[in-house]
Design a binder for this molecule. Structure first.
Ligand code: EPZ
Length: 418
């Protein structure tokens, strides 16, 4: 296993590029199950989760090849509809093959993903949508078993905004008969990217990006030809926080400013300077970081995937910040590690009260989940002295070479064997 070592307090400056979005490419790979062709997808980040989704499709019979950001998926040979536990347990997003498998085979057996560090993460809304469209669904021996004689479009009212739930039903409804209307759909940009890819395959989806999505089913879908995945707004946001620390000055390239409104607004309130230049964002950290409150919400609200990273900035701000996590109430695993560095954080229900301190000190700390591990790297950047982050396989699930990107703009950061 590897660890990341950081000598903190260095002022970063220069340009970093953002890669393709993990949470967009995963459902787009799953969408290849819906056709029988040779799909090519570009701007695909080299992430553990992408490799896992490729392995999952290969388990189902597909042929996948990946090189230099280009992913090739031949879904003609897919002939199995069972997604095994040993793969699904490593990545919850595996649940995204459920809808496409039912659409292709009229049946599916997908292992229940189980909980993870950030919470129990049920899939009741996914199952509700499957049943409304005509599938019978049983939960037995840790698997979701679904079967359908006929899939008929109708209205699918979600009880809450769920990203992969919306995506699963969009995928299934694309090949169901008639019109499906999803009410209370998730509005995340990744949902829009999936809808764009599906429409290029020949699907008829309108309203993606709003809370009402209409899908008119078609009889078959063609392959994706060189679809370019959207930039990863969470990687971009993580790099923006790096630019806000240590009075750094970073230009973050290949990102979409319009996906980062909530984060940008909060960063401006802390005194961080932000300048948009086309598909780049320049971030300059201020000497005086002001404490602010924020709450995570579904898009376009403040993203839960940026909560841990923004907390780092609040740990070294000038006052008290109340951070409320409304999406995954247990998503505070990083706070215990930050306290080891001298951060002043008190958990109260689903909020964290953070009192800024003059300095946090480097220490050996341990990653627990993907975004927490990114926040621990950021903590190392602004911690005095040496920080060692262990279990960084969590980081490699969702960030491609984050340490190399930070080193290229002046961070004292490298990998060592554990
Ligand atoms: C997606 O997860 C993302 N993952 C997550 O990113 C992200 O944090 C999350 O959306 C919220 O934005 C992918 O897109 C692969 P949800 P998802 O369904 O779809 C509850 C990362 O770090 N819920 O939108 O699993 C759920 O418990 C990952 O990249 C139900 O109750 O999240 C949560 O409280 C972490 N029943 C809330 O809804 C359901 O059937 C939102 O979850 C589904 C969800």
């Amino acid at each position: 296993m590897e660890k990341i070592v950081i000598e903190g307090k260095k002022k970063l400056s220069g340009e970093v590029n953002v890669g393709g979005a993990k949470n967009a490419v995963l459902p787009i790979i799953a969408a290849c199950i819906l056709n029988d062709g040779e799909n090519t997808i570009s701007n695909v980040p080299d992430l553990a989760d992408v490799r896992t989704m490729m392995k999952l499709l290969e388990t189902l019979g597909a042929k996948c090849e990946y090189a230099d950001g280009e992913l090739f998926v031949n879904s003609k040979t897919i002939d199995r509809y069972k997604a095994p536990y040993d793969l699904v347990k490593t990545m919850r997003a595996s649940v995204l093959v459920l809808g496409p498998l039912v659409a292709r085979f009229k049946k599916a057996e997908v292992s229940l993903p189980g909980g993870c560090a950030i919470g129990e993460r049920p899939i009741d809304q996914h199952i509700k949508g499957l049943r409304i469209l005509g599938a019978s669904v049983q939960l037995e021996d840790g698997y979701v078993s679904a079967a359908a004689e006929k899939l008929e479009g109708t209205t699918v009212p979600f009880d809450l905004s769920t990203v992969t739930g919306t995506e699963n039903i969009m995928l299934l409804a694309s090949l169901s008969e008639g019109e499906t209307v999803i009410l209370n759909a998730a509005c995340e940009p990744e949902v829009v990217d999936l809808a764009n890819a599906l429409n290029l395959m020949g699907a008829k989806i309108e309203g993606a990006g709003t809370d009402i999505i209409t899908i008119t089913g078609v009889s078959s879908l063609g392959p994706l030809r060189d679809y370019r995945v959207m930039p990863d707004r969470i990687e971009a946001g993580t790099l923006m926080i790096a630019g806000a620390l240590n009075e750094s000055d970073l230009v973050i390239k290949d990102c979409r400013f319009e996906h980062l409104g909530a984060l940008t607004g909060k960063l401006l309130q802390t005194g961080t300077e932000i300048e948009k230049n086309g598909d780049s964002i320049r971030v300059r950290g201020s000497g005086e970081i002001r404490s602010i409150d924020f709450s995570t919400l579904p898009y376009p609200g403040f993203p839960t995937d940026m909560q841990a990273q923004m907390m780092i900035l609040m740990c070294v701000a000038d006052g008290m910040s109340v951070i409320t996590e409304n999406i995954f109430p247990q998503r505070f695993m990083h706070t215990a590690e930050l306290r080891r560095m001298g951060a002043d954080i008190k958990l109260v229900g689903n909020s964290a009260v953070v009192r800024g301190v003059a300095e946090i000190r480097g220490a050996p700390i341990m990653a627990s989940d993907l975004r927490a591990s990114a926040s621990l790297v950021l903590a190392g950047l602004c911690g005095t002295g040496r920080t060692e982050v262990s279990r960084i396989y969590h980081l490699d699930r969702g960030y491609e070479k984050l340490d190399e990107k930070l080193r290229s703009v002046g961070a004292g950061i490298w990998r060592e064997k554990e």
